[in-house]
Design a binder for this molecule. Structure first.
Ligand SMILES: [Zn+2]
Length: 507
């Protein structure tokens, strides 16, 4: 059987750290990067006699996610103890939700490459607490316990609220899995429940993957993949697994159900352990916590306070500005970037007004934001809100180009200077101090053209008698000289016309 005879089936478990002020069941701060074992107390250390108190904010965040993902929210959900022993788990059980999660059965529209979108089912989303973090130390460890001299445990993360969002096995390719996480990440950021940093572990993705003969109903044996720290490594790991499964199945063997670890450097997965079944964890209801029963009023309040979701925002921006699906997708996948672009257009529309002008401004702003600004943000790691050029400054720059004051290439120079902090956020100020304004004045430009032609009589003669391709070359030569004469500030349209008028026509 060749590879094309298999259908890929992927389901994802996304663990999202909720951006609450405090932990899930105690008052310890929930912040990343503190000194190890400083954000701890008897509750999150699991000391005997301590009792958990549920963080209301974590429940509210879960309700927001439920709204955004069109989930059914039961009148009451309950917490269970998931029992297992591991050094980063001080209680020897994790408080999680099992049979009755706070969010069930929802969906997310995931954009495809060709402008279409597919509805991906959400099986459930449940609240749970995070474990601590173990670091394995020693030359032979390579971050793993085997070969380590010793291991360190930091309980700062123990008890941090998590929402585990489980998709149905509806994803059909590594690329679609990647698009699903990108879309979900945008939603979680837009509704303000998480800072969604995959690199810092506030968004963690485990993938279940299996192959089945095309057209078959029954799911194949799956493997679970862990340790993907970026969207790119998620797609790479899944691509690797698609091939591995196809090879195993193609050779007539059976896939083993197991958990596999993605090794980013080696570009492969390796077996970690055989996959646990849920009965291995001996779940039982948490006796120290009452059921979570959000009132109808509270849920209405959450619903009424929901911000615009990325998909709706995308449609609105496409309609208002006439930008492409791709550009709109880039903007809304980082809410801060879309906020920046919208503020810039709003700042400009104070004077522009008409919808047509708004559209043109929206397109120009989008070009700058998805081009030069994104490149700058990627390079510096800054957030859009931290830019030295405020949105109103970008609007100013766009106007300087559209009214002919700045050429596109000089505008790039002004933008770079503004981002470096020059001009106090005002491109117009930079243009003034650097003397960069484009010269459109015909008499000044005509004088420059004449000066260049006078200084190069031999070239003018060769132009006069030259063939078409020589004339083209010489014309470029004259244009370059004139631009140099104007220090790059000559209006190119006017210069082109004046040069054509000044050059001899035919032999
Ligand atoms: Zn604590």
């Amino acid at each position: 059987m060749s590879m094309t005879d298999w259908e890929t089936v992927i389901g994802l478990e996304v663990h999202c750290e909720l951006a609450t002020e405090t932990k899930m069941f105690c008052g310890c701060p929930n912040d990343f990067g503190a000194e190890p074992n400083t954000n701890v107390c008897p509750v999150c250390l699991g000391l005997p006699g301590s009792l958990p108190v549920l963080n209301e904010r974590a429940v509210e965040f879960a309700l927001r996610v439920g709204e955004a993902l069109h989930c059914a929210v039961p009148e009451a959900s309950i917490f269970h103890r998931k029992n297992y022993f591991y050094p980063d788990m001080p209680k020897n059980y994790q408080v999680s939700q099992y049979e009755e999660p706070i969010c069930g059965n929802g969906w997310l529209m995931v954009p495809g490459p060709d402008g279409t979108a597919r509805r991906i089912g959400i099986e459930r989303a449940h609240l749970e607490e995070d474990a601590g973090k173990t670091s394995h130390v020693g030359a032979g460890a390579g971050g793993r316990v085997h070969g380590a001299d010793h291991s360190l445990v930091d309980y700062n993360r123990a008890g941090v609220p998590l929402l585990e969002i489980v998709s149905k096995p509806d994803l059909r390719s590594p690329e679609e899995a990647r698009a699903y996480v990108a879309e979900l990440r945008g939603v979680l950021e837009a509704i303000g429940v998480s800072d969604v940093k995959m690199e810092e572990g506030s968004l963690r993705v485990d993938a279940n993957i299996s192959l089945r003969p095309a057209g078959a109903e029954k799911l194949g044996t799956r493997s679970e993949i862990k340790n993907m720290n970026s969207l790119r490594s998620l797609a790479r790991a899944l691509e690797y697994e698609v091939e591995r499964h196809a090879e195993v199945l193609g050779s007539g063997e059976a896939v083993i159900q197991e958990t596999r670890h993605w090794d980013e450097e080696a570009g492969r997965t390796h077996s970690l352990r055989s996959k646990e079944e849920s009965h291995d964890y001996r779940y039982f209801p948490e006796p120290d916590l009452v059921p979570v029963a959000p009132s109808a009023e509270w849920r209405d309040q959450v619903r009424a306070g929901m911000p615009e979701l990325p998909a709706a925002r995308k449609t609105r921006l496409i309609d208002a500005w006439g930008i492409s699906e791709t550009d709109a997708g880039v903007l809304v996948s980082t809410p801060g970037l879309a906020d920046y672009a919208e503020s810039a257009v709003a700042a400009a529309s104070g004077s522009a007004g008409a919808a047509g002008a708004m559209g043109a401004m929206g397109r120009d702003v989008t070009n700058w934001v998805t081009g030069d600004l994104m490149a700058y943000l990627k390079e510096t790691g800054a957030a859009p809100s931290e830019l030295a050029l405020p949105p109103a400054g970008l609007a100013e720059l766009v106007k300087l180009v559209s009214d002919g004051t700045l050429s596109r290439s000089l505008a790039k120079e002004v933008l770079a200077a503004a981002l470096a902090g020059e001009g106090d956020g005002s491109p117009a100020a930079i243009v003034a101090t650097r003397g960069l304004a484009q010269v459109s004045d015909e008499s000044a430009l005509a004088a420059a053209v004449q000066a260049v032609l006078d200084a190069h009589p031999a070239e003018v003669d060769r132009y006069r008698i030259g063939e078409e391709k020589d004339r083209k070359k010489l014309r470029g030569f004259f244009m370059g000289k004139v631009m140099a004469e104007m220090k790059g500030r000559g209006n190119p349209q006017v210069l082109n016309r004046l040069l054509d008028e000044a050059l001899p026509t035919s032999p």
